[in-house]
Design a protein around this ligand. Structure first.
Ligand code: ADP
Ligand code: MG
Length: 632
């Protein structure tokens, strides 16, 4: 067992451990049968062996059965205990032992199969190396990852896995990030790039400054999240539980009735055994667990069973423009001087004003400044208005950078010439960012962001999956929104929205009875993501906030993860219904045969456990399910 597994409190059981109980029960039962068959030794010895088998194999069930009974709860375990005690009461010790044996075998088989669905995620942690090469006082030493500190410089050679989350401070390489993003295409890493623990350094040597180690790494957090999600309940489970609460007492009455009619305890015992609604009880959680695992391997993380239930019901999909439909790597494509100042000066003032802004547009402006090797001093004052722009002070002058309405609200007049330029740029799909110096517009930065190539196809695909309308939401100018919306092929768009208006839009659709899915970058769309029925954050690798706030997180930048999610959601729900239907049929047939006295307790338990194992297998198959690629 690796260190990581122990840290996560692994419950992994291997086949050898799982076989202990069934084998021990089998040996005791067989010994009892041999002694009885050849009449060796006193009768009480073979009876004691069989009773020993029942107690050893059924110990856990006895304990929980009695506990439940004390709490006046009729559960599956109470059923089993009553059935076993009744069988023993009529001195059928060996049949009781055989029943326990069958249950033990089925139990082991189920644990083994179910563990596969969980283990596939835990295995991700094995990608994280346990040793790291660190540079300390000019020397390279190999230390256990557990001893690494934030700030340590780790050296990763080509072909090795990266042991920490951190930032490249020297070297360049391509890195396969499949454990995090599900994508095998290597990503180029160079000075300043973020890298993740568990990813594979393919070509060059990298010096990495450690930012997160062990449990704090993205990889460890993914595994934790998935494990938590697997433990959550889907609402459909409550329906299953309600069913069991009335089903169990009904079976007790049936068993008593069967006993009264036949006068045979064995008939009553068979009824109790065959009616165990075990298959029914595990129909939902096993399918949810397998579905969550399957998606995690596609780098789609979901927060719980409820979202699997909602996903395929989404009728309205809202998508943020910047960073979602577009690459989120906007570039300054033009600097238009509107008041005689040189483009260089306009850009420099804009850079000073935006120096502390985290907005993608601000970053693109700063990148343009860096490319032109401009010297960018700190602003004296800085204030950012979400979804509007920034207000800064430098060299005793007021600098405003942002959209038209933002500047107007601050008292800047937009002369017709500026207005014409905004319209001209916007119509080409470029975001026009205005720069004002002391209440006067001095220039305009035309910023464009490339549309992701796969978007149109994914939108068409999503519309074959029950989504009625895809709406683009943006804080950008209506003309930019229109240009992008047309290029992509969304149904409609809403432009010039502030973050709270995006949330308002979600609320309006929900009031109309829609199940609303919202896709955003997770940071500036947080209010809308939070209110939507399913909030989906895209390209979340490395952004903690997005992983924490969204219901569904796509670790890579590919919108087709949404299609994966909706597809799996529908599939899991169909599988749950199939499982439930199947266990009902099983129960009805079993109960009918049982009540008619056509079952022995042993056949009853085989029948019942077969149903259970089938459901487990049926759910586990979801692990390997693949989405068919359809041409749309
Ligand atoms: P979106 O809804 O497309 O993600 P935002 O709501 O973040 O966009 O911003 C809406 C608009 O506000 C942008 O198109 C831009 O015109 C303006 N804006 C917001 N923040 C800034 C900033 N830091 N610098 C310049 N303009 C900004
Ligand atoms: Mg945005």
């Amino acid at each position: 067992m690796s260190r990581n597994e122990r840290q996560l409190g692994s419950t992994y059981n291997d086949l050898a451990v799982l076989s202990i109980v069934p084998v021990a029960v089998a040996v005791l039962t067989l010994a009892s049968w041999i002694l009885a068959h050849w009449e060796i030794g006193p009768v009480f010895v073979n009876a004691a062996l069989a009773i020993g088998a029942v107690i050893f194999g059924g110990f856990q069930r006895f304990v929980s059965g009695f506990k439940d009974a004390f709490k006046r709860k009729i559960t599956v375990n109470v059923f089993v205990v009553v059935a076993l005690l009744a069988t023993m009461a009529i001195s059928e010790f060996r049949p009781a032992a055989v029943i326990v044996f069958i249950m033990a075998v089925a139990g082991a088989l189920e644990s083994y199969t179910l563990d596969k669905t969980r283990k596939s995620i835990r295995d991700l942690l094995d990608f994280a190396p346990s040793l790291a090469t660190v540079r300390r006082q000019g020397e390279e030493v190999i230390v256990p990852v557990a001893e690494l500190l934030v700030g340590d410089v780790v050296v990763v050679k080509p072909g090795a896995r990266i042991p920490v989350d951190g930032v490249v401070i020297a070297g360049a390489s391509s890195v396969n990030q499949a454990p995090i993003t599900g994508e095998f295409m290597p990503v180029e890493k160079f000075l300043g790039s973020s890298v993740f623990s568990g990813t594979l350094n393919e070509s060059g040597r990298l010096d990495i400054r450690t930012e997160k180690v062990g449990e704090g790494t993205t990889l460890a957090r993914i595994v934790h999240l998935v494990q938590e999600a697997q433990g959550t309940r889907a609402p459909i489970q409550n329906m299953a539980d309600r069913f069991t609460t009335w089903f169990l007492p009904a079976v007790v009455i049936l068993a008593i009735g069967a006993f009264v009619m036949s006068g045979d305890v064995k008939v009553a015992v068979s009824v109790l055994l065959v009616a165990c609604p075990c298959a029914f009880a595990i129909a939902t959680p096993t399918a949810v667990t397998a579905g969550v695992s399957n998606l995690a391997r596609r780098a789609v993380l979901i927060k719980g069973g409820i979202f699997l239930e909602l996903g395929h019901k989404i009728t309205r999909l809202l998508v943020d423009k910047t960073g979602t439909f577009t690459f989120g790597r906007p570039r300054v494509e033009g600097i238009i001087s509107l008041n005689g100042k040189s483009p260089e000066d306009i850009l420099r003032l804009a850079c000073i004003a935006e120096k502390y802004s985290e907005h993608p547009l601000a970053r693109s402006i700063l990148t343009a400044g860096k490319e032109r090797k401009l010297d960018i001093p700190d602003p004296e004052q800085f204030e950012s208005a979400t979804g509007m722009g920034v207000k800064s002070r430098w060299n005793s002058a007021k600098i405003l950078v942002g959209k038209q309405t933002f500047l107007q609200e601050a008292g800047v007049t937009i002369v017709p010439r500026v207005d014409r330029e905004i319209v001209k740029q916007s119509a080409q799909g470029r975001t026009a960012v205005l720069v004002a110096h002391n209440e006067e517009v001095i220039g305009l930065l035309a910023i464009a962001d490339e549309i992701r190539p796969e978007i149109s196809k994914t939108i068409r695909l999503l519309k074959t999956m029950g989504v009625e309308r895809v709406t683009m939401l943006t804080g950008d100018h209506p003309l930019v929104a229109e240009a992008v919306a047309t290029a992509i092929g969304v149904d409609d768009f809403q432009a010039e929205l502030l973050p709270e208006q995006k949330q308002e839009f979600v609320r309006k659709l929900q009031a109309e009875g829609h199940v609303v899915g919202m896709i955003g970058d997770g940071i500036n769309d947080a209010p809308a993501l939070a209110l939507a029925d399913v909030g989906i954050a895209m390209g979340a690798a490395g952004t903690d906030v997005a992983i924490e706030t969204a219901d569904v997180t796509l670790m890579n930048d590919n919108l087709s993860g949404v299609a994966d999610f909706m597809w799996m959601s529908a599939k899991v729900m169909r599988r749950i219904k199939l499982n439930i239907f199947f266990s009902m049929i099983y129960n009805v047939i079993g109960l009918t045969l049982g009540v008619m006295g056509m079952m022995t307790p042993i056949i009853a338990v085989i029948f019942q456990e077969a149903g259970c194992v089938t459901v487990v297998f049926s759910s586990t198959l979801l692990l390997w399910a693949k989405r068919r690629t359809v041409s749309v």
